[in-house]
Design a binder for this molecule. Structure first.
Ligand code: GAP
Length: 511
């Protein structure tokens, strides 16, 4: 069912110009995608929503646009050279490569699915009297399966913690995990694989000229911490926000634009006084969830996943997960990163990265709370929640993309009822009134009903029809995508009415 939805999203995205496989005429490149004419608009609108919420609406957050290439020592200091690895394993028969941790997670997922099945069966049997927590803590079979999961998790964590890759392989063999595609259990050893892409700078070849494509945008913010603080006379607490490309040589990149090798991040590092990080972490958790919910994509689509095992630099971390067609998965991370990054950069650069607090007259390395969201994942979340097939009252069906109006690629379609009698010219005049402020589209081809359907399928919230009466009453008909209700609006009111329905301010009013 969910696979079906993902397939529908992928084919809809291609058919209507949202996302194409990269270099498709050469049969594409795995895990690389191009955003088409409507995709580029949707992506820009998501960025605009994020930037407005983070930078414009907070007078203590400013933006930055750092370069993708950075001094290679940056990545030594951040820990990426030594520790940004995935454990990989190859199947000797199929020659396919997998992430060892993902094979183990998928195995655990199967056990979890069995527990879920038992829970669902019991819920059906007991009806309203069913208490899920009680059932999970007392049912013998569920407890046994939960113990299996806990054992696997602890063995895996111990092996990875001790960097004992042979123990990881042994676990895969003991669990009888087979190649998901072929069923073969003929595995190579597990090896660590660094996810950073390397290239060479200018004419210098060899290790000395090696530079990396950044695997996260955050480090561009850390290395500029003092530049921005001093030039912007920023007082702690303050944030630096950035939108930009990041690159990771993911071993398995799959599930459309969910996991790619080239993707875009929207990150914000919030610099705070040591000791206040917990309250700011709580603040950003709530603020970011609210940002997602204000879009109104649907109820129960978001949840927090608190990290139990923390990265060495974090003192608290969680994901905001979204119910994608493949189930709940990470959409955004919120991390309390302590002073790890700035201290590492101090140590590797021999430059002080400290803040002088004018009130307490002391100088310190700030702590950082980070919010980090993948733009492409946000795009997929929006598209997959918005795509709906509807049966109308007359029994006909329509495909409608209920993208929140302020994010829609095309805000309004201007439709002359017929192609003559001066209606196209009048429609062009109407279009000119709107196109400075909004992306609007003119369409005069086919019957009006078909034009409505085309606009529904690309998520256009408003269709504006110019008819014969328009020439005398100077009014147009606006049809709403979601309710399909129509209203007559005077042309001199049109700009205000359209803005009232599609401007970004609507989202902030809702929150
Ligand atoms: N600076 C912190 C950081 O990069 P992360 O959890 O590795 O943290 C943050 O990445 C976000 O970037 C994720 O929540 C996800 O939305 C997005 N992301 C990470 N890897 C991705 C990939 N291969 N393809 C698409 N988006 C990705």
């Amino acid at each position: 069912m969910s696979d079906d939805l993902l397939k529908k999203v992928i084919s809809h995205a291609k058919e209507y110009g949202f996302v194409f496989p990269s270099s498709e005429i050469y049969d594409g490149l795995s895990a690389a995608y191009d955003y088409g004419q409507l995709g580029a608009e949707l992506k820009n609108n998501i960025k605009h929503y994020w930037w407005t919420a983070m930078v414009r609406m907070h007078d203590n957050i400013v933006g930055l646009d750092a370069s993708i290439f950075m001094h290679p020592t940056t990545w030594k200091a951040s820990g990426h050279v030594d520790a940004f690895n995935d454990p990989l394993i190859d199947n000797k028969d199929s020659k396919k490569r997998y992430r060892a941790d993902v094979l183990i997670e998928d195995h655990i997922g199967k056990i979890e699915a069995k527990i879920q099945k038992d829970v669902a069966k019991a819920a059906q049997r007991f009806g309203d009297a069913f208490d899920e927590a009680e059932f999970r803590s007392t049912n013998g079979r569920v407890l046994e399966r939960q113990k299996q999961i806990d054992d696997i998790n602890s063995q895996f964590k111990a092996a990875m913690g001790a960097e004992d890759l042979s123990a990881v392989k042994q676990l895969i063999e003991e669990l009888g995990i087979a190649d998901p595609d072929t069923g073969s259990r003929n595995w190579t050893d597990v090896r660590q694989f660094n996810l950073m892409f390397k290239t060479e700078l200018g004419a210098v070849s060899g290790e000395s000229g090696v530079i990396y494509l950044r695997p996260e945008t955050a480090q561009g913010i850390f290395v500029n911490f003092l530049n921005v603080q001093k030039s912007g006379r920023m007082k702690i607490p303050f944030g630096i926000a950035q939108i930009g490309k990041a690159f990771r040589n993911e071993i398995i990149a799959r599930q459309f634009i969910f996991r790619m090798r080239e993707f875009e991040q929207m990150e914000m590092q919030f610099f705070v006084k040591p000791g206040t990080q917990n309250e700011w972490y709580a603040y950003w958790k709530e603020a970011r969830l609210q940002w997602h919910k204000s879009l109104g994509l649907g109820d129960n689509l978001h949840r927090f996943h608190d990290h139990i095992k923390l990265a060495h630099y974090a003192d608290a971390a969680c994901d905001i997960e979204f119910n994608f067609p493949m189930g709940f998965k990470e959409l955004e991370g919120i991390h309390s990163r302590t002073d790890f990054d700035l201290k590492q950069h101090e140590a590797h650069s021999n430059k002080k990265l400290r803040y002088f607090d004018p009130e307490s007259q002391e100088s310190y390395v700030p702590y950082v709370v980070e919010t980090s969201i993948g733009l492409d994942r946000m795009f997929l979340a929006t598209l997959s929640a918005a795509l709906q097939e509807e049966t109308l009252e007359d029994g006909s069906t329509r495909t409608v993309l209920r993208i929140p109006a302020p994010l829609s690629p095309v805000k309004a379609a201007i439709l002359p009822l017929i192609k003559k009698d001066g209606l196209p010219e009048k429609a062009r005049e109407v279009m000119a009134l709107l196109q400075m402020d909004h992306n609007v589209q003119y369409d005069e081809k086919d019957a009006i009903g078909r034009r409505y359907r085309r606009q529904d399928a690309i998520g256009t919230p408003l269709c504006i029809t110019v008819d014969h009466d328009t020439l005398t009453d100077h009014a147009v008909t606006i049809r709403d995508r979601d309710t399909m209700a129509q209203e007559r609006v005077a042309i001199d009111q049109l700009a205000a009415v359209v803005a009232g329905k599609v401007s970004l301010a609507q989202l902030f009013k809702a929150s």
